[in-house]
Ligand binder design. Structure first.
Ligand code: G3D
Length: 222
């Protein structure tokens, strides 16, 4: 009886929540992607003007609901000095305004706790492509992320002179063997116009839901 009632409660009042890290160099478009996603998926959300977004310094957090699934995004800053924190999760105290985590989980590691990774590449920045590849290589080589699905967003595809998907895949080709058997997709995207954003998120939802090795957390529907 208890199982039946708790199952009913869960069905009616809770969502499965998955934590997704948004990584990539500074200026790649991580914050814009997060804002665009919130605007597209959360009907009530009144987003900020996308053209007014400036580079992430610190941490942006946001949730997106896709049906009964909730994605909790952590958009981590991409500056070189912040990249070393991607796999540590040791954020400075006092907590940032709007910090949603309990103090106990503040010392936990982002990689060990996340369900998926979105890696954002600036397709217009050929000069920093190799820097971005090196950062990506560290991400895919991390044991704490074994089996975690990775969505690679080739962002800023609205810019006429941007690198194409085959160009980017070639530049990142020596990371392929480190990707292993996990789900991985390279998606053309423009966080600014929204092109490719819905497809990317929906792909991620499918992958995290079917990954039995990292079960979701339960959150009350608010
Ligand atoms: P970050 O969070 O990864 O640091 P931001 O990056 O989201 O702050 O974006 C950095 C700059 O890139 C911003 O421009 C933003 O408008 C721009 N940008 C983000 N996504 C796209 C995109 O898809 N297309 C184009 N053309 N520009 C994009 P500014 O001028 O504010 O630096």
């Amino acid at each position: 009886m208890y199982t039946l009632l708790s199952g009913l409660y869960k069905y009616m009042f809770q969502k499965d929540e998955y934590c997704i890290l948004i990584l990539g160099l500074d200026n790649a478009g991580k914050t814009t992607f997060l804002e665009q996603s919130k605007t597209r998926f959360n009907k009530q959300y009144k987003g900020m003007s996308l053209s007014k977004i400036t580079t992430t310094v610190g941490l942006n957090i946001g949730t997106v609901d896709v049906g009964k699934t909730r994605l909790m995004f952590w958009d981590l800053g991409g500056q070189e000095e912040l990249q070393s924190l991607w796999d540590k999760g040791a954020w400075p105290s006092p907590p940032l305004a709007g910090w949603w985590l309990q103090p106990s989980s503040m010392s936990s590691q982002y990689y060990a706790e996340c369900h998926g990774v979105i890696y954002v590449i600036d397709s217009t920045d050929e000069e920093r492509l190799s820097e971005s590849k090196q950062a990506f290589e560290k991400v895919v080589a991390s044991e704490a992320l074994d089996g975690v699905p990775i969505l690679v967003l080739a962002n800023k595809q609205d810019v006429e002179t941007c690198l194409s998907i085959p160009d980017i895949k070639t530049a990142f080709s020596d990371c392929t063997c480190k990707i292993g058997r996990r789900d991985c997709l390279t998606q053309a995207c423009s966080a600014l116009t929204g092109k490719g954003v819905r497809e990317g998120i929906e792909w991620m939802v499918k992958c995290v839901v079917r990954n039995v090795h990292r079960p979701p957390r339960q959150r009350d529907i608010t």
